[in-house]
Design a protein around this ligand. Structure first.
Ligand code: ADP
Ligand code: MG
Length: 404
């Protein structure tokens, strides 16, 4: 059986006109002869009546402390609503279809409510429905624990559902449909003249996604990579070819090894970061600082440990808690809120001199102060003020991508 998994995100199913376009994409794929499994997200974004964030706000208005088990059941409703609407319209258009919840689709997870991981998929029910020539519509973002509790998979969870079903069903491909043409060289909401990457490797996309490019969830990419299932990112609202993610997409032979044919794949960003500076005034301070934060479950980033200074960042949402812990230990801290991280990402930059020089040049030309920097062999990160973010991403994009 040739199986194609198609996933449609919240932006693709937000209105009835958009859902009609989704149905067209599904029907076209069905007519091409494949068995179709569709994964859907909830409709729209915060504020829209059936969006997941709207449900969360409704219950949090009643009480800020919500039972996580019950919250997961509430959060799983959005996908059920959009999935049933989609399945009904497919039936209306003459295409037999069947809607399944995560439980019915055999998606078994651990018990981490709100951020569960898929342990395995028992695909018999899905296969049975496909054998009856039905289009199977599965609710994304949800599963069920071994003890029968409804769970949700966290942000980007529907991408993960699609990739995991792709692997479980040994699909010919997993297509992720969204509101942009594919994986781009920067977030099109910040940069006007982005390029769509035609082909990229799993690891390049993982890098971009981990650094903030939310077009596809990195966990989904990792799952697809395990079994080499091609992942395609496409736009629901046009017929452009999109981006093909595979093990050798966009690479070339250099000697005996395959390397990326690009120096830089893209520029990504993340926001809501707080920088913390601690002057070193006593012996073993670093140990006390990082131990106490670790004990409180606070993860730190951009860590620079110097003899006279400790420098690191935390997510702004936990910054107050972090500062309180440190102050309780009588440790003096200097706090800078409103920071953002820009990452210049590219598997091809390994061992190529001059990348940092170009980054510094691009940012200083725009009078953007670099508050901190860090690097790995495929990324260089700069911490900047969030107010400079749009300017910074555009400057780096211009320097590295437009002149490529
Ligand atoms: P969906 O509802 O389809 O899951 P998301 O909002 O999760 O959609 O992801 C699509 C969005 O990702 C785009 O609208 C775009 O603004 C954003 N995005 C951020 N970085 C990138 C990038 N490098 N390439 C493409 N899109 C990106
Ligand atoms: Mg998404």
């Amino acid at each position: 059986m040739k199986i194609l998994v198609q996933k449609f995100g919240g932006t693709s199913v937000a209105t009835s006109e958009k859902r009609a376009m989704v149905a067209q994409k599904i029907i076209r794929a069905k007519k091409s002869g494949s068995c179709i499994v569709v994964v859907v997200s909830a409709m729209g974004r915060k504020g829209d009546p059936y969006a997941t964030d709207t449900f969360i706000d409704m219950v949090k208005e009643l009480s800020p402390e919500v039972d996580l088990r019950e919250l997961d059941m509430l959060m799983s409703c959005g996908e059920i609503i959009s999935g049933i609407l989609l399945s009904s319209s497919l039936k209306n258009m003459g295409y037999p279809s069947c809607f399944l919840t995560g439980l019915q689709a055999g998606i078994i997870t651990d018990t981490e409510h709100g951020n569960a991981s898929i342990l395995r998929i028992d695909p018999q029910r899905v296969i049975g429905e496909l054998q009856e020539d039905k289009i199977v519509v599965v609710a994304g973002f949800q599963g069920v624990s071994e003890t029968g509790e409804v769970t949700t998979l966290g942000r980007g969870g529907s991408d993960t559902t699609a990739a995991a079903l792709g692997v479980a069903l040994n699909a010919e491909a997993v297509e992720i449909y969204t509101d942009v043409d594919g994986v781009k060289t920067a977030d099109p909401r910040l940069v006007n003249n982005t390029k769509t990457l035609e082909q990229v490797t799993y690891s390049e996309v993982c890098q971009l996604a981990y650094e903030g490019a939310k077009v596809v969830h990195p966990r989904a990419v990792e799952i697809a990579m395990q079994r080499n299932i091609p992942l395609k990112i496409k736009c629901t609202f046009n017929d452009n070819p999109g981006t093909l993610i595979s093990s050798n997409g966009g690479t070339i032979e250099r000697g005996a090894i395959r390397v990326s044919d690009r120096l830089i794949t893209g520029i990504t960003h993340s926001t809501s970061i707080t920088q913390i500076k601690i002057p070193v005034s006593e012996e073993f301070l670093a140990r006390r600082v990082f131990n106490s934060l670790a004990l409180a479950g606070i993860s730190v980033d951009f860590i620079n440990i110097l003899p006279e200074l400790l420098l690191f960042t935390v997510k702004t949402e936990v910054a107050k808690k972090a500062v309180k812990i440190l102050e309780n230990l009588n440790i003096q801290v200097e706090v800078k809120d409103g920071c953002a991280k820009v990452a210049t990402v590219g598997a091809g930059m390994t061992g190529i001199p001059g990348v940092v020089a170009k980054i510094v040049e691009a940012l200083t030309e725009e009078n953007i102060e670099i508050l901190q920097s860090a690097d790995s062999y495929t990324s260089i990160w700069c911490l900047i003020a969030e107010d400079d973010l749009e300017k910074a991403v555009n400057a780096l994009h211009k320097k590295f991508i437009m002149t490529d």
